[in-house]
Design a binder for this molecule. Structure first.
Ligand SMILES: [Zn+2]
Length: 231
């Protein structure tokens, strides 16, 4: 396990133009950055769509497939380009946070992300407060020929009008998958899209089931946080 992280950065909770989340760090003891402390918004930023993504190996591909989760092939290039366009529309540099992927969103836990975090129980927490699982699929980049590696993606929407389309069996496998230590968790808070969705994407990096997590991810009214696990 890596060295203990002393402090997790948390982005300011203020919504800014086009419903994006402020990219400054929250000031100590506040949910807002110094600027927004002086001019607080009427209400904090809040997502209505959560997308959780993590890499799956051959074992997990089989388990998700057996539960009925379909495998898709995505053109990552097209998606990457779209993220870049959105970032430019917001007047942001899309390459600031990573050399690999364009992303117009705000990294909730800073550029580095949060380290040694478990998502155990997080999906149930989201479902408990009204998020509805509306999609689960696996995908491969179409330039990747490795058939033993893919990504799993689950989407939850906060919408009283929609009904769950994800079977309990799939949710059960997702629970087992997320009940693990992840070396890194990145949460990206995005701006409001044309369809009124305000997506947050959770990227789970390096599943390490044999390491004890130090933190647990919590929704925190849409602002997210990681809380230390006491044993
Ligand atoms: Zn701010």
């Amino acid at each position: 396990m890596n060295a203990t992280q002393t402090q997790v950065r948390l982005a300011c909770a203020a919504p800014i133009e086009k419903g994006a989340r402020c990219r400054h760090d929250a000031a100590e003891g506040s949910i807002y950055c110094k600027q927004h402390q002086d001019h607080p918004p009427t209400k904090p930023y809040q997502p209505n769509t959560i997308i959780v993504k993590g890499r799956v190996n051959e074992k997990w591909i089989k388990r998700f497939a057996a539960a009925g989760v379909p495998m898709k092939v995505r053109n990552e290039e097209a998606i990457n380009q779209r993220h870049g366009d959105q970032a430019e529309a917001l007047g942001r540099k899309s390459h600031v946070y990573t050399d690999v992927l364009n992303d117009g969103g705000t990294p909730v836990f800073g550029k580095q992300g949060a380290q040694n975090v478990s998502m155990s129980g997080s999906l149930n927490e989201l479902i408990g407060i009204g998020f509805v699982p509306v999609d689960c699929h696996m995908f491969r980049r179409d330039d990747k020929k490795d058939e033993f590696m893919a990504m799993v993606s689950v989407t939850l929407r906060f919408d009283e009008e929609v009904e769950s389309t994800v079977p309990d069996e799939v949710l059960s496998v997702l629970d087992q998958y997320t009940d693990s230590n992840f070396e890194w968790i990145h949460v990206w808070a995005n701006e409001e899209k044309d369809d009124k969705s305000i997506p947050n994407t959770i990227n789970l990096v390096h599943r390490r089931p044999n390491d004890l997590p130090e933190y647990k991810l919590v929704y925190n009214n849409g602002l997210w946080n990681v809380v230390p696990i006491t044993r």
